[in-house]
Design a protein around this ligand. Structure first.
Ligand code: HEC
Ligand code: HEC
Ligand code: HEC
Ligand code: HEC
Length: 117
């Protein structure tokens, strides 16, 4: 786990202690708000403003979570093909959501099948 991820987890712990919002347990919270609790819009956006092509935001995801090539098989398969937000759109998906393969592939593949290969 990267130092930046550990720092963010630490900050999120304090956010939990100082508010009534629950960490990871609130299924209805979207990914953006969840990450805002760790340090604001600037965690992902330069000066809080979205970039035109999403490249800056993609770099921020990787600075905490690591690169696609360092993750499980589902993630590795998309290295160099997709950005995180193509599957985990921060403002449109919630904590606990699992991205569906069927939005892009129509052959019935699932994350579990690919990870077991
Ligand atoms: C986890 C990272 C993350 C955080 C935190 C985050 N955003 Fe975003 N935001 C994104 C990404 C990635 C996009 C690109 C569109 C997409 O794929 O959802 C985006 C898109 C946007 C857009 C473009 C319109 C849209 O919804 O697509 C606006 C405006 C925006 N963000 C504002 C904010 C503001 C204001 C905050 C803080 C309250 C914030 N964002 C927090 C990642 C984040
Ligand atoms: C092709 C779609 C796709 C892309 C692109 C993608 N993910 Fe995922 N992600 C998934 C799926 C599906 C899961 C749940 C199954 C799994 O973990 O394999 C997941 C799970 C996760 C989890 C939760 C793991 C857990 O503990 O449950 C995190 C964190 C995550 N992704 C981060 C990222 C980051 C950061 C990126 C970009 C570097 C990224 N993902 C890109 C599809 C994607
Ligand atoms: C400042 C560090 C930081 C940045 C930047 C960041 N994350 Fe996270 N993210 C975390 C931490 C900490 C967690 C909670 C622990 C975990 O699940 O790994 C988390 C959790 C997640 C999860 C799992 C949520 C769940 O369902 O439990 C996903 C998916 C995710 N992040 C995607 C992204 C994406 C996509 C981006 C970029 C748009 C991003 N993150 C940027 C630190 C960060
Ligand atoms: C946002 C669209 C998108 C989503 C969602 C998505 N993929 Fe992909 N996937 C792609 C693209 C684009 C490629 C690259 C295709 C190429 O290179 O021809 C790819 C390639 C792959 C590959 C390697 C090449 C192949 O076709 O065998 C695997 C394996 C894969 N995806 C599995 C999955 C799984 C499993 C899921 C669901 C967890 C998933 N994908 C979700 C867009 C997506």
């Amino acid at each position: 786990m990267s130092n930046k991820l550990l720092t963010a987890l630490f900050a999120a712990g304090f956010a939990l202690l100082s508010s009534t919002a629950s960490f990871a347990a609130d299924e209805k919270q979207n990914l953006a708000d969840f990450h805002v609790e760790m340090g604001g819009c600037e965690n992902c956006h330069a000066d809080g403003e979205p970039s035109a092509d999403g490249a800056y935001e993609f770099e921020q995801c990787q600075s905490c979570h690591g690169a696609l090539s360092e993750m499980d098989k589902v993630h590795q398969s998309h290295d160099g093909k997709l950005m995180c937000a193509d599957c985990h759109a921060p403002h449109d998906t919630n904590v606990g959501d699992r991205p569906e393969c069927s939005s892009c592939h129509d052959d019935g593949r699932t994350a579990d099948k690919i990870n077991k290969q």
